[in-house]
Design a protein around this ligand. Structure first.
Ligand code: AGP
Length: 609
């Protein structure tokens, strides 16, 4: 989704803003722009359709120079991707605004402004806000008050940054429904949608809360006001992951780097959460023990890859903890009449903690009488964690590739910790065995990553295909779904996943020599049944690629290739089997030459509905 960067500094800000935009590219966008106020009090703007590199070229030809500026990457919602619709938007040539989100009541507001004679230059909802703030500013010459007055009139979700040529040493920012952080420098301050955008200038951040408005002013002033316009203090937090988190290092793509980080980030996710041979339930919060004792049912709600993690957890929670569990995508959950049995725990899963549907589901759930809510999330201070009763942070670190990889496997590890913490038979041999297996998981994943070369070779069989089928049973069915999602997201090959037992109920009709079929086949209680399903594929001339445990006896033939995956406790197998499927989609995408880290039409964090 859109990205915002703003800077109020003691030096020219063009370079800071441009670097910030480059670091926000991962969020997904279709155009970019920047506005800077020069020393003479004049606003200058450059915008470009397409990549930040196109904006950079324009800036090389006609640089902007000034100590205050705002910049933006746009992901189109209202109005097509075009230079005219790209931000910043101006009002009367004196005010500039950048905005992330959707103004739901922009149409009546636009009609009202048009009646008053305002001419619009774009099709965006944002331009309406620009004119409203400019008009409010004309009356009082107070930018903060003008923004607050305008926000009271608009419905919807936003993060925004505004500057005005007649308030030349101020930037005002606001957030409601979309993230915005203040980067705290020495005598210079910044705003951004994500701390990663500002790591080149600071590692200290103030995370704004829902409804907050902030005024940055000359000499380092930061004033935050809450939704009721009361001055408030928000804590200063130091970003702990270092600037390396925003760079690819020696890897060709962020996605590959993030796949290879999985052993380390899983070790980090386990750190401090295991004691001897059991899981520390206090990892979920000081009140977790009391709340967990009362849990009789669980509802898990999430989107995309995070939803797949929830689907795996359902098998674990019902098998290991005996707790009835439902899993649902947030965009469905939030709009239906949900019946909540007594003593049900509501669990959300999200990498970003800002996904609009998941947040809306949490807010809806808060009205339904759940026992409590737990967020499993990767971004500290995100809306989801702040609005949940309990939270467990995955320690994946910043995930830049749009295709989620390490966020997924750290979610799975966190969900297994939750499962063990919820078991009634705490401290038994099964818990001890799983805790031991979890401790050994990073080493097993290192071995799974050694499959990289054979998988790169295998990927050639997919590069020219238009469709692919993924099969799994039990906990491997959601892993098949995740494998198919990864392949379609980054290689644009149409991929479907089915529980293998469903094959003969329809999808078998699709199987022929042009349809590669990927099966995930660990040595579990369902293996023999899966083998029968594979025979059904072979009998129809289908080309099979089977990921199987080292010990599984499956002879390779002309149309059956077997890749051996390191063996682990069957509960941990979904985590390990995820890795080769990630590598497969990565290598297919590289062969096809697609934009691996920023696939077309997709955004990293889906902050609008
Ligand atoms: C997965 O590769 C995608 N990036 C997408 O499905 C993602 O998992 C989904 O949008 C949910 O995001 P969240 O985990 O940040 O809530």
């Amino acid at each position: 989704m859109c990205g915002i960067v703003a800077a109020l500094a003691a030096r020219n800000v063009q370079g800071i803003l441009l670097e910030g935009l480059k670091r926000l590219e991962y969020r997904g966008y279709d155009s970019a722009g920047m506005a800077v106020l020069d020393a003479g009090g004049h606003l200058h703007r450059q915008r470009a359709l397409g990549k930040v590199a196109a904006l950079e070229e324009k800036l090389e030809r006609a640089p902007l120079n000034g100590r205050i500026g705002i910049a933006h990457t746009r992901w189109a919602t209202h109005g097509k991707p075009s230079e005219a619709n790209a931000h910043p938007h101006l009002a009367a040539g004196r005010l500039a605004i950048v905005h992330n989100g959707i103004i739901e009541n922009f149409e009546p507001l636009k009609r009202e402004l048009e009646v008053e004679g305002v001419m619009f230059e774009s099709e965006t909802d944002t331009e309406v806000v620009a004119h409203l703030v400019a008009r409010a500013f004309e009356r009082r010459h107070d930018l903060l008050a003008a923004v607050q007055q305008t926000l009271a009139r608009i419905d919807g979700a936003y993060a925004l940054a505004v500057m005005h040529a007649d308030a030349p040493r101020e930037i005002v920012g606001a957030r409601k429904g979309s993230p915005l952080v203040v980067g705290v420098g020495i005598d210079e301050h910044f705003l951004a949608s994500d701390p990663l955008a500002l790591l080149q200038v600071t590692d200290r951040f103030v995370y704004l809360r829902e409804g907050d408005v902030v005024r940055l002013s000359d000499g380092g002033g930061i004033e935050v006001f809450d939704a009721e316009q009361r001055p408030v203090t928000r804590p200063l937090q130091v970003f702990e992951h270092g600037d390396g988190a925003a760079s690819r290092g020696d890897y060709r793509h962020f996605m590959l780097k993030e796949i290879h980080e999985q052993p380390a980030v899983i070790a980090a996710t386990l750190e401090g959460r295991l004691s001897g041979s059991h899981v520390l339930e206090s990892s979920f919060g000081v009140d977790a023990g009391a709340l967990f004792a009362d849990v009789r049912q669980i509802h898990i709600v999430a989107c995309g890859t995070s939803y797949h993690a929830g689907m795996v957890a359902r098998y674990w929670l019902e098998k290991l903890a005996g707790i009835p569990t439902q899993v649902e995508v947030a965009s469905e959950y939030r709009y239906r009449d949900v019946v909540v049995p007594q003593d049900t725990l509501f669990v959300t899963l999200s990498q970003s903690g800002e996904t609009a549907d998941t947040l809306a589901a949490l807010r809806y759930a808060a009205t339904l009488g759940y026992l409590g809510s737990l967020a499993i999330c990767n971004v500290p201070g995100s809306s989801l964690t702040r609005e949940s009763d309990l939270s467990l942070m995955t320690q994946a670190g910043p995930e830049i590739g749009v295709a989620s990889t390490k966020a997924f496997t750290t979610q799975l590890v966190s969900l297994l910790l939750l499962t063990l913490a919820l078991r009634r038979e705490r401290g038994d041999a099964r818990e001890a065995a799983l805790v031991q297996a979890l401790r050994g998981l990073p080493a097993v994943l290192e071995r799974a990553l050694e499959m990289d070369s054979p998988i790169a070779e295998l990927s050639e069989a997919f590069a020219e295909k238009h469709h692919a089928l993924f099969l799994g049973r039990g906990t491997q069915f959601p892993i098949a779904l995740e494998g198919a999602l990864k392949l379609k997201e980054i290689s644009y090959i149409h991929a479907e996943a089915y529980p293998a037992g469903e094959l003969k109920h329809g999808p078998l009709a699709l199987v022929d020599a042009d349809m590669p079929v990927v099966a995930v086949a660990p040595n579990d209680e369902l293996l023999e049944k899966l083998k029968s399903n594979l025979q059904e594929v072979r009998a129809r001339g289908g080309e099979l690629f089977v990921f199987a445990d080292e010990g599984v006896a499956l002879a390779a033939t002309d149309n059956l290739r077997v890749l051996h995956v390191p063996r682990v406790d069957e509960c941990l197998a979904p985590i390990v089997y995820t890795v080769p499927l990630q590598l497969l989609s990565y290598h297919v995408a590289v062969l096809k030459g697609t934009d691996v880290d920023q696939p077309r039409n997709l955004a990293k964090s889906v902050t609008v509905e």
